[in-house]
Design a protein around this ligand. Structure first.
Ligand code: 5AD
Ligand code: SF4
Length: 489
């Protein structure tokens, strides 16, 4: 039997995490077992991100580290997958002392076993970077580590062409998986013991399968696994509609949490970004969400220092952030990306020091908003999915509220994978701290009106960082599954 081992390092967003699981599944069928020890691997990949320059820099730095290993183990096949593979193509094979044997883009993963074989046989490097209009890996069941939280990628690619963004070039045109196969996968995940599922896509609101839109998909998944929390990300404001909020309201197991990237509060900048909405339109969606789902938690993405952004534009972004009062925000300096329209046609004319000043300003403001909102949580009660031990303190559990807010509580009388009631006793800008208030014997933990209505804003845990490589994070893998005792909702 072939007992070859594959090691994969994943960078970037949750889509990449989900893609890594597809790659592991494809390679599993070819006889490769995953390993977490690089030195033990016969085959090593980095699944890469190209969204900002610093994401690429991390991979280049890591490649330097891999160089020594390649010298010691020249037979090890090393490759780059994902967005950088698509973006840089041949450059990658011709650089860094040629330690890279394979460069494979996001739509070519089915070819991996053949490419690896060919590289081994010939000693030649291989490249496969064609983008597809149809590939969704619909029939491939991802190879998932045991855990309580799973991602399902429901669509691939993006047709929005925001002028700053490389994704339409690295991931190609939008295409959706079938609704039936996604709902089936939800049921399989439930059987495997997963307790939370996140539906992923670059712009999930564009999902379409034979007339069924994203709201239909969300409803189908919520119905298929009523005891499992369903989350989704990411939305584009242009396609966000009331049908979606109505659907979220109709199912208790759909988390009342919406990530709605704003990017900028200035209409002039939004136009230059080709975001296809105005500040007024964006605010009308926020009002609709707050009215129809007052308990919903909101988060966003902001880019500062985009081409020609003035102080006045920047202040408008801050105004919107203050008005909306997001629970969390991912905030970034604009990073010009080759191939994009902004890179080709608009000068990157806000100096780095000014970008960073503006970035720090919004980070500080957002942290204060989050801190205030978290203070309001003291005394409230939440159903928390227990994820594992707190990293900082072994004697405490960490878990998340429906609104994705991290809660820390003493490690007594609870197990990973349970949904438990927790009362919040104190907070800081990123985390809530509480105590268990239900009894273990209770087999059914239902969400109360306090969870759904009285607490106006559940606070999200999106700790804000301009340097995080895990945008839209969640890459933090949960601890191994332990037996589940409670049912939810
Ligand atoms: N520079 C900075 N941030 C970017 N994003 C996408 N492209 C860029 C870029 N060139 C941000 C956007 C997007 C998030 C995933 O990454 O805010 O919503
Ligand atoms: Fe990029 Fe815009 Fe598509 Fe998001 S919607 S992936 S920012 S092009």
């Amino acid at each position: 039997m072939n007992t070859k081992k594959v090691y994969i390092e994943t960078y970037g967003c949750q889509m990449n995490v989900a893609d890594t699981e597809v790659v592991l599944s494809v390679l599993d069928k070819a006889g490769y077992t995953p390993t977490t020890i690089l030195d033990d691997a016969d085959l090593a990949f980095m699944n890469t991100c190209a969204i900002r320059e610093n994401a690429e820099e991390k991979v280049w730095n890591r490649l330097n580290h891999w160089k020594g290993l390649k010298r010691r183990k020249p037979e090890m096949v090393m490759g780059l997958l994902g967005c950088m593979a698509e973006h840089l193509r041949k450059d990658l094979l011709q650089s860094k002392d040629n330690i890279i044997d394979l460069v494979v883009g996001p739509d070519e993963y089915r070819k991996l076993p053949a490419l690896v074989e060919a590289t081994r046989d010939s000693g030649e490097s291989g490249i496969a970077v064609k983008l597809s209009r149809t590939e969704t890996y619909d029939d491939i069941l991802p190879f998932r580590a045991e855990g309580i939280s799973a991602f399902i990628s429901v669509m691939r690619g993006c047709d929005k062409f925001c002028t700053f963004c490389v994704v339409p070039f690295t991931r190609g045109r939008e295409r959706s998986r079938t609704l039936a196969s996604i709902a089936d996968e939800c049921m399989q995940l439930e059987q495997q013991g997963f307790k939370e599922i996140t539906l992923l896509g670059q712009n999930v609101n564009s999902y379409l399968d034979e007339g069924k839109d994203f709201s239909d998909l969300l409803a189908a998944c919520a119905k298929a696994v009523p005891n499992i929390r369903i989350r989704y990300t990411t939305s584009h404001p242009q396609d966000f509609d009331q049908k979606l909020t109505d659907t979220m309201q109709n199912y208790a197991n759909i988390c009342k949490y919406i990530h709605l990237p704003l990017q900028s509060g200035s209409d002039r900048i939004l136009k230059l970004m080709n975001r296809t909405y105005t500040r007024k339109h964006y605010m009308s969606i926020i009002e609709m969400i707050k009215k129809s789902m007052p308990e919903a938690a909101l988060s966003t993405d902001i880019i500062v220092g985009f081409c020609s952004e003035t102080l006045e534009d920047h202040l408008q972004t801050m105004e919107v952030m203050r008005e909306v009062e997001y629970e969390g925000a991912y905030m970034f300096n604009y990073s010009p990306r080759p191939n994009t329209k902004a890179f080709d046609t608009l000068p990157d004319d806000v100096p780095l020091v000014e970008k960073t000043r503006r970035l720090n300003q919004i980070i500080n403001m957002q942290n204060k908003i989050a801190e205030q909102k978290n203070l309001m949580e003291i005394g409230s009660e939440h159903t928390v999915l227990v994820e594992g031990r707190s990293k900082k303190n072994e004697s405490e559990w960490k878990g998340r509220t429906d609104s994705n807010k991290m809660v820390i509580f003493p490690r007594i009388d609870a197990e990973v994978g349970e949904y438990r009631r927790v009362k919040i006793l104190r907070s800081n800008s990123a985390t809530l701290f509480g105590e268990l208030i239900d009894v273990k014997e209770s087999k059914h933990i239902s969400r109360t009106s306090q969870d759904r209505g009285e607490v106006i804003y559940d606070l999200t845990p999106l700790v804000i960082s301009s340097v995080s490589e895990h945008e839209h994070s969640g890459v933090d893998q949960p601890a191994a599954m332990l037996p589940i005792i409670s049912s939810v909702f």
